[in-house]
Design a protein around this ligand. Structure first.
Ligand code: FES
Length: 179
């Protein structure tokens, strides 16, 4: 990873935006990557703005690497004020925003964020295809009504996958993703 990108990531995670659970969210999406063991959950709340249903606020929690946290922080800011459709139309690299292009070994970090966003915005579609081009292999999701009723913490999900969910299996670090 080049030095400039490292600096931008460091700057983003020094003051991460929109971290934490959100009570009364309209959508919740959780995605994990079994290769690196990272997991990210996103909460979305809508509001009505001049007759349009737009994203009022998005928050996240992550057991993720610095890149995933940086992208989630930027993405939750970026989607504010957008409709679900507008947010869903954002490409992986757009979610990474001011971080700029990510090296191939870090693209899956942004795809983790993208998967959680898609899951939170369209949970009924998320189990079928989180994103056609996504490499995120594990997806655990529930509609907000279900998720808030059960309301496991991200730590619960991380350590005790629900029945029917894909279990995250830790493997030795892959040298291509740890650089
Ligand atoms: Fe796997 Fe970043 S999310 S290394």
């Amino acid at each position: 990873m080049n030095e400039d990108l490292e600096k931008r990531i460091r700057a983003a995670i020094l003051n991460p935006q929109n971290v934490g659970e959100m009570a009364g969210a309209d959508g919740i999406g959780t995605v994990g990557n079994s290769d690196c063991g990272e997991m990210l959950r996103m909460w979305i709340k809508f509001k009505d703005e001049n007759g349009r249903k737009v994203i009022d606020r998005a928050t996240f929690q992550s057991f993720g690497c610095e890149t995933a946290i940086a992208v989630a922080s930027l993405a939750t800011e970026l989607i504010r004020g957008k409709t679900a459709q507008e947010a869903l139309s954002l490409k992986t690299e757009e979610l990474a925003g001011q971080l700029g292009p990510l090296p191939p070994m870090k693209i899956h970090c942004a795809q983790l964020v993208e998967g959680a966003l898609r899951s939170a915005l369209a949970p009924e579609n998320a189990t079928a295809t989180a994103h056609p081009a996504s490499a995120v292999p594990v997806l655990v999701t529930a509609p907000a009504s279900v998720a808030s009723a059960a309301a496991p913490t991200l730590l619960d999900s991380f350590t005790k996958p629900k029945e029917g969910a894909v279990k995250i299996v830790f493997r030795p670090p892959n040298p291509s993703t740890t650089a």
